[in-house]
Design a protein around this ligand. Structure first.
Ligand code: GLU
Length: 325
């Protein structure tokens, strides 16, 4: 039997335009995939209620085109296939692994704080599984006014990340039993990402390293839903001069704002290349970036960043973008 073609995906959330940090993670994902002749899919992760808008989706598409990123097949929208998610949840609930939970995140946080006095340290999220009902097997999933959670197996889990290397954590301690179906009658991010990666044949997930603990949780959820887990590649996040990671909510400059003030695309790609530890002459297009990036140097670069305490942009980087690095 021939192996299925290796596949990765660009998975932006249409909750606002892209900033330089999003651009770098997406560029790395695309370049790693294209350099190896993998399939690269585009999936809009648009399940986050009113935060996701078609306006943001079009801005992101414009940004991706501007950066020179392309993808195979039609764009996928997570919201187009909620019935498939629902069926998977129904099946899991028949196996007794899902329960309904009337407690809000705020309640849980308060319970968790009461259970774990700060000086004691210890697991933060136990409060969710202390609420697991005793007779789970009699429960049938019915969307309704409450969230639904999945029961996560306790114990440490090891991820062999292609960039970070060995990473160990206990996802139950970090996340508790995660919400898999929301009271808005939609799958949660954690559930949808696991089911969709498996459904679309994603073999390699390449994304920002803030999601490394989620990879452990997603591995547990994949076991629970009986689907394969991908290989993981978590790339360093871009931070501002104070060490804060770039974020839409902090109003870091977006790619469309850069375009509006006349920053040429090749300056952006060259600055991003320099920030990834690449050497001069810096690649000036996404295609050149893909030709020059190699696995060993990404590993070395990301290790170095971890030792140095992270990747910080200079304070005046918005000015610097006016010129090549
Ligand atoms: N949609 C997520 C984001 O934009 C990425 C999730 C993932 O790659 O698994 O941060």
């Amino acid at each position: 039997m021939t192996e299925p073609k290796r596949t990765t995906r660009l998975a932006p959330s249409p909750t606002g335009p892209l900033h330089l940090g999003n651009a770098r993670s997406l560029l790395l994902c695309w370049a790693i995939g294209r350099a190896r002749d993998w399939r690269v899919l585009l999936r809009m992760e648009d399940l986050d209620g009113e935060r996701c808008t078609l306006e943001s989706e079009s801005m992101i598409l414009e940004d991706l085109h501007w950066l020179g990123l392309d993808w195979d097949d039609e764009m996928i929208r997570q919201s187009d296939d909620v019935e498939r998610h629902r069926r998977a949840l129904q099946t899991a609930s028949e196996a007794g692994t899902i329960f309904q939970c009337a407690r809000s995140r705020k309640d849980l946080r308060e319970t968790s704080e009461a259970l774990n006095a700060p000086h004691e340290g210890g697991p933060k999220a136990r409060s969710t599984y202390e609420m697991r009902p005793d007779h789970r097997t009699s429960y049938r999933f019915m969307p309704g006014e409450h969230n639904h959670r999945a029961t996560i197996a306790p114990g440490p889990l090891i991820i062999e990340d292609e960039i970070v290397g060995r990473y160990e954590c206990d996802p139950l301690d970090i996340f508790g039993d995660p919400i898999v179906w929301t009271r808005r009658d939609t799958p949660s991010y954690q559930l949808a990402v696991v089911l969709d990666d498996a459904h679309h044949g994603v073999t390699d997930v390449i994304r920002g390293e803030d999601l490394l603990p989620s990879a452990a949780l997603q591995t547990r959820l994949a076991e629970l839903f009986g689907v394969p887990s991908p290989r993981w590649w978590h790339v360093p996040l871009l931070r501002n001069h104070e060490g804060r990671r770039l974020a839409k909510r902090d109003e870091d400059e977006t790619l469309s704002q850069m375009r509006a003030r006349g920053i040429p695309k090749h300056n952006v790609i060259q600055h991003l290349s320099a920030s990834c530890g690449m050497n001069e002459p810096y690649p000036a297009t996404a295609r050149e970036f893909a030709e020059q990036i190699d696995h060993e140097s990404i590993i070395t670069w990301s290790k170095k960043l971890r030792l140095d305490g992270g990747d910080r942009l200079p304070e005046d980087f918005e000015d610097r973008l006016k010129e090549p690095p």
